[in-house]
Design a binder for this molecule. Structure first.
Ligand code: SF4
Length: 225
C-alpha cells in the first residue's frame, strides 16, 4: 500500500502548497469557522477580512461594534445573518467572560482541556476544535474532515464502516498513526491537501479518477469497476 508521505508529495505536486487560513490563534480561528455558512472559502475570507478591517478581531472590538456593520458582513456570509451576528457576539462574550479576553491561554492547557474549552463556542464540535488546535500547532495527531477521510479509506487506510463515521474515523487514525507528520506546518498542509483532493477530485459521488495524481497508488477504481 502507498505511504502517506508519498501520497502527500504527489498531492502537493498536483495542487501546489495549500493556502492556510488567514486567522491566527484560537480566537481568530473560532471566528473564521463562524464567518459564513455554505459558501466558498473565498467568501469566508472576504467576510473575515472585512471584520478585521472595519471592526477588529478582538472580543472587545466585536462587543463594541456598530451592529449595522456586523450585520452588513453577516449578510455577506450567507443565510440567517442575524444568527451569525448573535454568534459573533456570543464568541466575544464567552472569550471575555471565561478566558479574560485572551483565548490563547488554552494553548498552555492539556489537549483535552483545550478541546473542551473550544467546544463551548458556537459551531465548534470535536473535529472543529481539533482543527483549530492543529492550526495553532497544538494537535498531537492529524485531524481529518470527511473529504480527507474518504480519500484515505479509498487508497486503503482503515476500513469504511459505511454508516458509522466514528468507527471509520478511528480505523483510519489507527492506520495512519505511525506515518503522520510530526511538524505542525506539515500536519496542517496534510490536512488541507487531503481535504482539497476529496472535495475536488475524490468526490463522494463520481470520483474523477482519471484526473487523480495518486490513482497509481489506489485500487478503489479497480474494486468498483
Ligand atoms: S483514484 Fe479515484 S478513488 Fe482513488 S484517490 Fe484517486 S480519485 Fe479517489
Amino acid at each position: 500500500m502507498a505511504t502517506l508521505k508519498k501520497i502527500l508529495s504527489m498531492l502537493r505536486r498536483q495542487y501546489g502548497p495549500p493556502v492556510l487560513p488567514p486567522a491566527k490563534g484560537p480566537f481568530e480561528l473560532v471566528l473564521w469557522e463562524n464567518a459564513c455558512y455554505l459558501l466558498p472559502d473565498g467568501r469566508r475570507q472576504e467576510v473575515f477580512e472585512g471584520l478585521r478591517k472595519q471592526v477588529g478581531l478582538t472580543p472587545q472590538a466585536i462587543l463594541a461594534a456598530d451592529r449595522d456593520v456586523l450585520l452588513f458582513w453577516a449578510i455577506r456570509g450567507g443565510m440567517r445573518p442575524e444568527v451569525r451576528v448573535f454568534r459573533w457576539l456570543e464568541i466575544a462574550r464567552i472569550c471575555r467572560d471565561q478566558f479574560g479576553g485572551d483565548l490563547d491561554r488554552i494553548l498552555s492547557q492539556t489537549y483535552a482541556e483545550a478541546k473542551k474549552a473550544l467546544k463551548q463556542f458556537p459551531n465548534i464540535g470535536g473535529p472543529g476544535a481539533e482543527k483549530i488546535l492543529m492550526f495553532c500547532g497544538a494537535a498531537p495527531g492529524l485531524p481529518l474532515e470527511s473529504n480527507a477521510l474518504r480519500v484515505l479509506t479509498r487508497v486503503g487506510y482503515g476500513r469504511d464502516h459505511l454508516r458509522n463515521y466514528g468507527q471509520t474515523y478511528k480505523s483510519v487514525q489507527d492506520a495512519i498513526a505511525s506515518e503522520i507528520p510530526r511538524d505542525p506546518a506539515n500536519t496542517a498542509e496534510a490536512h488541507l491537501l487531503l481535504r482539497q483532493h476529496g472535495k475536488e477530485v475524490c468526490r463522494n459521488n463520481g470520483p474523477l479518477c482519471h484526473q487523480c495524481s495518486i490513482s497509481a497508488l489506489c485500487n478503489y477504481p479497480a474494486k468498483t469497476r
